[in-house]
Write a new protein. Sequence first.
Length: 85
Amino acid sequence: MNNPQRTCIACKSVKDKKELIRIVRTKEGEIELDPTGRENGRGAYICKDSKCFETLKKSKGLDRSFKSQVSVDVYDRLIVELQSL
Ligand SMILES: [Zn+2]
């Protein structure tokens, strides 16, 4: 079986896509978690691990992934969303 692999944008580990969660920027410019992986928009993958979310926040990793400034509030909201999955 062919498991698609993706790289975590925080720790750079390559993992099976299903072990990661997609973060999407919708065409309205909203940045949110995409647990289904099916939302339209530019996506980035990250481990389902709050440590990686914290790393991402410190490194401002989403700025690079989405080529725009992402406020700290967005990172905090994503961490809360992760915990409620
Ligand atoms: Zn990671």
